[in-house]
Design a protein around this ligand. Structure first.
Ligand code: HAM
Length: 432
């Protein structure tokens, strides 16, 4: 029978890669917790309306990329294409937003029906951070600082560039969109189909067109910064001052408009040129209108999301994952000869008790010494503990051997009860 395969653009994360993910995840958890952020979990499936009303009906995500379907009740639902909408829905539904400050983070799979390529998948994963109830630029800066701290802890600072832009208020953008449409009406012949389609519905999305002809038609186009209100300008100026004071480097990119409609004031992206075409690793900004737009009360908000696959690709290609994080296990118990299982289990248990952070595998499948040692090497363990008794021996086993698998050094022979203690040579004697 033909074997079934995973769906295109939806990846399996195999045990070796999962170690890379775990390293990244634990670093992320440490950083967000050090800023006092708390985790929120919300469903993968939501009403389609939630995404239409937040991300915007005339965006690539909503128009072309959502996995939407009628469920068995006939409700139109979608797999979440991003986390902000669900986070706002959940936080507001449970009364976490009104008149409060909230610092939240989340993580999980997102779904977009895009054309798969390196760094772009149909099921991908994000880490996200959302802060609610704070209006000034300080919170934008704090959120950016979280990402900067993460890059620092991962050793990636020099490979990432922060681009920022001020996109003003929704009203500013409405006026700007009208001016842009008027300008583009005189350039229709120079536009491609995509730009022509968007010219009236969402002309700002044309600004980040990759088509050279379209880009040159835009050279004299009106600039968004000329339409941005004074409050937004002040906010943005202070934000830049704070970033400078913190020595977070940035460049201003007035073409940066982002692909989601809910933003206002400051938007940003962290990009890298180590990944090829899919260079955006993290994107975010302020979205003060979204809570209201989804039926809640006026609540200031800002946040970002990181593409985990892209970050893993970066860490891997730059060799930034410490070898210790990639070690799948630490100790392998080789058990040769009859009736040693219970001895083996108690030795393994004693090692686990003394070193709770170590992985201890107990060979559970019999076989000869050599074939068990091969398993020990391929397990990735640093040390093999060998319990061996020849067929004729009787009575309790008195001794075991400890053998380094890293350098094949001489075995240490020791009494069974001393094995955990003697492992201190490899793993340090401290517990925990
Ligand atoms: P976004 O820019 O659409 O923003 O996505 C954030 C990140 O997710 C991107 O920078 C990228 O690293 C990753 N990503 C997006 N699509 C894919 C894909 N198809 N395959 C792999 N990685 C992908 C948002 O989602 C906003 N919710 C961010 C935000 C949070 N804004 C405010 N709060």
């Amino acid at each position: 029978m033909e074997k079934l395969q995973a769906i295109r653009g939806m990846n399996d994360i195999l045990p070796e890669e999962a170690l890379e993910w775990e390293y990244l995840e634990s670093t992320f958890y440490r950083v967000v917790k050090s800023f006092g952020y708390r985790e929120i979990r919300f469903p993968v499936v939501e009403q389609t309306q939630l995404f239409k009303r937040s991300i915007g009906a005339v965006t690539d995500i909503v128009e072309k990329e959502m996995y939407s379907f009628d469920d068995r009740n006939g409700d139109n639902v979608s797999l979440r294409p991003e986390g902000t909408a669900g986070c706002v829905r959940a936080a507001d539904q449970h009364g976490l937003l009104y008149n409060q400050h909230q610092r939240l983070w989340y993580q999980g799979p997102m779904f977009r029906h895009e054309r798969p390529q390196k760094g772009r998948y149909r099921q991908f994963h994000q880490f996200g951070v959302e802060a609610f109830g704070m209006s000034g630029p300080a919170i934008d800066v704090e959120v950016i600082q979280i990402s900067a701290m993460l890059w620092k802890d991962l050793g990636l600072t020099q490979y990432l560039k922060l681009e920022i832009n001020n996109i003003g208020s929704a009203q500013d953008r409405k006026k700007y969109a009208q001016a842009l449409t008027a300008y583009l009406s005189g350039k229709v012949d120079e536009l491609d189909d995509d730009a022509r389609n968007r010219m009236h519905s969402n002309p700002m999305r044309i600004l980040d067109s990759k088509n050279e002809a379209v880009r040159s038609a835009l050279v004299d186009a009106p600039k968004l910064c000329d339409f941005v209100n004074q409050d937004s300008k002040t906010h943005f100026r202070k934000l830049k001052e704070l970033l400078t004071a913190l020595e977070v480097q940035f460049v201003e990119n007035n073409r940066l408009v982002r692909g989601l409609d809910y933003y206002n004031n400051c938007v940003y992206e962290w990009t890298t040129d180590t990944l090829g075409a899919q260079g955006a690793v993290c994107g975010g900004g302020r979205y003060d209108g979204l809570v209201r737009q989804l039926g809640g009360r006026e609540t200031e908000a800002c946040g970002f999301a990181i593409g985990i696959e892209r970050l893993v690709l970066m860490l891997r290609s730059l060799n930034k994952i410490p070898a210790s994080a990639l070690r799948p296990t630490d100790v392998y118990l080789v058990v040769v000869g009859g009736s040693l299982e219970s001895e083996a289990f108690s030795v393994a248990e004693a090692i686990r008790e003394k070193y709770p952070h170590l992985g201890v595998i107990c060979h559970c499948a019999g076989g000869k010494f050599n074939s068990q040692m091969k398993r020990a090497y391929t397990s990735g363990a640093r040390v093999a503990v060998v319990l061996e008794r020849d067929g004729e021996a009787i009575g309790p086993l008195m001794e075991g051997k400890i053998r380094s698998l890293d350098d094949g050094a001489e075995s240490i022979v020791t009494e069974i009860d001393n094995i955990p203690e003697k492992l201190g040579k490899f793993f340090g004697n401290s517990e925990g």
